[in-house]
Design a protein around this ligand. Structure first.
Ligand SMILES: Nc1ncnc2c1ncn2[C@@H]1O[C@H](COP(=O)(O)OP(=O)(O)OP(=O)(O)O)[C@@H](O)[C@H]1O
Ligand SMILES: [Mg+2]
Length: 264
C-alpha cells in the first residue's frame, strides 16, 4: 500500500474567502482501501476542506494530486468524473425522488435510442434495489419508494451504494452519522467498512470519536483551519483524541466547567 501513490492528496492547500482565511497549509493524503477520518470542532474548516477536494471551491494556494499527478476540479462534475463521490453534510438525496430515480440521477439507463430514448424505470429500480441490498439495507425492496420516506441511515446508505456502483475511487462523507440513532449509525459505519474493503479511499468526517475509531485507519484533526494532529490507528487513546477535538483543552476540564455551571 505505502509504495503506491495516494489516490488523493492535498499539498499545502490554503483556502480564503475574500479576507477570511479558512484553511491554512493543509497537507493530507488517503490511499486506496484506507479510511481517513477528519476530525474537528464546529467551524474548524472540515466542510470547506472537502468542498475544495470535490470541486465546489477552488484552493487559493497549494496543489491537489490524484495518483501522484496534479489535478484541478473547476467544477464539482470534474471531481465526479475523476471518481470522487461526495455526500455533503445535510444533503445528498432528493426527498421527492424515487429510490430508482435517485440512484441514477444524472446517469439514467435508457431504453430505445435516438429520440425514442426513455428512462427505463424498471431496470433502474431493479439495479438500485439490488445494489442497496448488497450494502445490507434489506428493508428497501421497492425502487418506486420515495427517498423522503427513508430513514436518515437508509438515505446515507443509498448515497454510498450509488457512489460504489458508479465506480467511485474516493468516497467523501461529511458527517454521515451526525443525525442518526445508534443502530443507524452502526449501519453506516458498516457500509464505510464495506466500501474500504472494496478498495475505495474514504474520507470520513465526524464529531464523534467513537465513530471515528470504529472505521479510521488514519486521523487528521483540524483546529481553526490547520492540521493540528495527524496520526494512525492505535497511536492515540480515545481521551487524547477527544481532547484534541476540543481544541487542545482537556475534556475533563470542560466537563468540570459544565458541572460547575449546573451547580451555580
Ligand atoms: N463561503 C464562505 N464564505 C465565507 N466564509 C466561509 C464560507 N464557507 C465557510 N466559511 C467559514 O469557514 C469556517 C469553516 O466552516 P466549515 O463549514 O468548513 O466548518 P466545519 O468544520 O465543517 O464545521 P461544522 O462542524 O459545524 O460542520 C467558518 O468560520 C465559516 O463561517
Ligand atoms: Mg461542516
Amino acid at each position: 500500500m505505502s509504495d503506491k501513490a495516494p489516490v488523493l492528496e492535498m499539498r499545502n492547500v490554503d483556502k480564503s474567502f475574500g479576507p477570511i482565511d479558512v484553511l491554512h497549509e493543509i497537507s493530507l493524503k488517503v490511499h486506496e482501501g484506507e479510511v481517513l477520518c477528519l476530525l474537528g470542532d464546529n467551524g474548524a474548516g472540515k466542510s470547506t476542506l472537502i468542498k475544495t477536494l470535490s470541486g465546489v471551491h477552488q484552493p487559493t494556494r497549494g496543489q491537489m494530486m490524484m495518483d501522484g499527478q496534479e489535478v484541478r476540479f473547476p467544477r464539482p462534475r470534474d471531481a465526479q468524473e475523476m471518481g470522487i463521490a461526495t455526500v455533503h453534510q445535510f444533503g445528498g438525496t432528493y426527498p421527492l425522488m424515487s429510490v430508482g430515480r435517485n440512484f441514477f440521477a444524472g446517469a439514467e439507463p435508457t431504453k430505445g435510442f435516438g429520440p425514442f430514448k426513455v428512462f427505463d424505470r424498471q431496470k433502474a429500480n431493479q439495479i438500485a434495489v439490488e445494489e442497496v441490498q448488497k450494502m445490507g439495507i434489506t428493508r428497501i425492496t421497492d425502487g418506486d419508494r420515495l427517498v423522503g420516506g427513508l430513514s436518515g441511515g437508509e438515505r446515507q446508505s443509498l448515497a454510498i451504494a450509488r457512489a460504489v456502483y458508479f465506480g467511485a475511487r474516493v468516497l467523501i462523507l461529511d458527517e454521515p452519522t451526525a443525525a442518526l440513532g445508534v443502530k443507524q449509525a452502526a449501519h453506516v459505519l458498516r457500509i464505510v467498512n464495506e466500501a474500504k474493503r472494496r478498495g475505495l479511499a474514504v474520507i470520513f468526517i465526524t464529531h464523534q470519536v467513537m465513530h471515528a475509531m470504529a472505521v479510521g485507519d488514519h486521523f487528521a484533526v483540524l483546529i481553526r483551519g490547520a492540521i493540528a494532529a495527524d496520526f494512525r490507528k492505535g497511536e492515540k487513546s480515545r481521551e487524547e483524541i477527544a481532547d484534541l477535538m476540543a481544541g487542545g483543552e482537556s475534556m475533563a476540564d470542560l466537563e468540570a466547567n459544565i458541572d460547575g455551571m449546573a451547580d451555580a
